[in-house]
Design a protein around this ligand. Structure first.
Ligand code: MG
Length: 493
């Protein structure tokens, strides 16, 4: 706990901000899981009001934070509190309450329209909403201020200190190397592009049992965690002792539902592993979106799509899905790891995934930079997609309309998925190029893996910036070469 009296006072008063955040998290969770469609408008109004209250409660802390900034003997946790609050103050003091409220209202409504637009593959329906959102996002960037590119202001909101320059460095290495690897892996012909299990239909109740088996295998604590169903799987940390995930059931290709569950559980494991001493403080969350995603991708890909995990999961699968019985472990492993070019990011395999985020990064950078208009997004998307993946979306539902993010005003988010993949591979590298993972899975020692991550990453919450945390743990930050090495070892050795 904090020793500095000013920090103590800040933390005492911060409980109010925390409580508002807690309430908004519950509302957000309900919006995606249980709310009827026409609840969207009142939910938007309520969320806007709560967001304004939270803004007020945060800006009221400015004087105390200024005082703390002058203190000389702060420990890492106390410095973290000051750093995180300064970031949030910086946002709130520059973004007026009317703009916060407008963003909330516009995006809550737009999300409902986007769902309809995607269903009908009708970009025109979504376009006026997206135009409003892009204009608001550009206003936000202008008010926050930036060096060189307005997109920098937005990237920083999701990944502290991450810039267009960093992203360009990552993608200029990753995109050409991934294209080459993809060709090599396809030519080698070991990893199939299709598998008969993708067509096998499952019963939702049976699949629920598989997912429950998976979360048991991952030792998710039943009294601090729950799982529901939503269109777009997500995790929300409602409190230190209340983390929720969702998954989805599409009736076939069970790995989508299974790895949705494992992925979101990875996010939840992070949240649940944050030191209890950071509960109710500004540090009680993951270090950044990228670091959070590294945890979900580590569990989904490095652990979940491995031979060791297939062996651990086999009894649960055979018990609930009869059609799995005629496939041996190696065939299941190959089903978990089919490699092919596809249109939809959330269905993409590890090798093609970063090409999907690269398309979005390019499009967003141009839209926020004012180089292209919203009406030009579908064609820009399709051209870029063709360039990176060599296939062209046949309609906007499988192109620019596929993701929920823009309807929620999340410009600057997509690159963090790739940062997550990179940091997951940095963890793999740090775990003796995966040997530690293999040994742990061989012994069924999931707890050992969780402790490693907990000790090195989870417990700190937001104490360190994502770059500082990576330097502390790995001695490097956002190193795309680790991911490329991981791919080569997995797919070509
Ligand atoms: Mg995720």
């Amino acid at each position: 706990m904090a020793r500095n009296p000013v920090i103590q006072e800040i933390l005492k008063r911060y409980t109010q901000v925390w409580a508002l955040g807690h309430s908004m998290a519950v509302l957000g969770w309900d919006t995606e899981t249980h709310m009827p469609e026409r609840g969207a408008r009142p939910r938007g109004i309520a969320s806007g009001q709560l967001a304004m209250l939270s803004q007020k409660a945060t800006t009221d802390l400015d004087g105390l934070v200024r005082k703390a900034e002058k203190a000389k003997d702060l420990d890492d946790m106390e410095k973290g509190v000051v750093r995180v609050l300064r970031r949030s103050l910086d946002y709130y003091l520059k973004i007026p309450p009317e703009l916060v409220d407008e963003l909330q209202r516009v995006t809550t409504e737009a999300t409902v329209v986007w769902r309809q637009a995607r269903k009908n593959s009708d970009f025109k329906l979504f376009r006026p909403h997206l135009e409003k959102i892009v204009a608001l996002e550009r206003t936000v960037a202008d008010r926050l201020g930036y060096e060189k590119h307005p997109y920098n202001a937005l990237l920083d909101l999701f990944e502290e200190g991450f810039t267009v320059r960093d992203a360009d460095a990552v993608y200029s290495k990753l995109v050409p190397a991934s294209k080459k690897l993809l060709t090599k892996v396809t030519e080698a012909g070991i990893y199939p592009s299709k598998h008969p299990l993708e067509l096998a239909r499952y019963d939702t109740d049976a699949m629920l049992s598989v997912n429950e088996g998976a979360i048991q295998l991952l030792r998710m604590p039943a009294d601090r965690f729950r799982m529901d169903v939503s269109t777009h799987p997500f995790t929300t940390q409602i409190a230190h002792d209340d983390v929720r995930i969702t998954t989805r059931y599409e009736g076939k290709d069970f790995k989508a539902s299974l790895f949705g569950t494992v992925h979101e559980s990875g996010h939840a494991i992070y949240g649940l592993g944050i030191s209890e001493g950071l509960a109710y403080t500004p540090l009680g969350d993951g270090a950044s979106y990228g670091i959070h995603e590294s945890q979900s991708r580590f569990w989904e890909n490095v652990v979940g799509r491995s031979r060791g995990f297939v062996r651990l999961l086999r009894p649960v699968l055979s018990k609930n899905l009869q059609f799995v019985k005629k496939y041996n472990d190696e065939q299941l492993y190959l089903y978990f790891n089919t490699v092919r070019k596809s249109y939809i990011r959330v269905e993409a395999d590890e090798l093609t995934y970063n090409l999907h985020t690269a398309v979005r990064y390019d499009v967003e950078k141009k839209v926020i930079g004012g180089e292209v208009k919203v009406s030009e997004i579908p064609s820009l998307w399709n051209d870029t997609f063709d360039d990176y993946l060599g296939i062209r979306p046949r309609n906007d539902a499988e192109g620019a309309l596929q993701d929920v993010h823009w309807s929620g005003g999340s410009f600057g988010y997509f690159a963090t998925y790739t940062l997550g993949n990179i940091v997951a591979a940095m963890i793999w590298h740090k775990m003796k190029d995966g040997a530690f993972v293999q040994d742990a899975l061989q012994e069924g020692d999931i707890v050992g893996l969780k402790s490693w991550l907990g000790k090195k990453i989870h417990r700190f919450g937001m104490t360190y910036s994502p770059k500082a945390l990576q330097q502390k743990v790995f001695g490097e930050a956002y190193a795309p070469q680790r991911l490329l090495t991981y791919f080569e070892r997995k797919y070509l050795d």
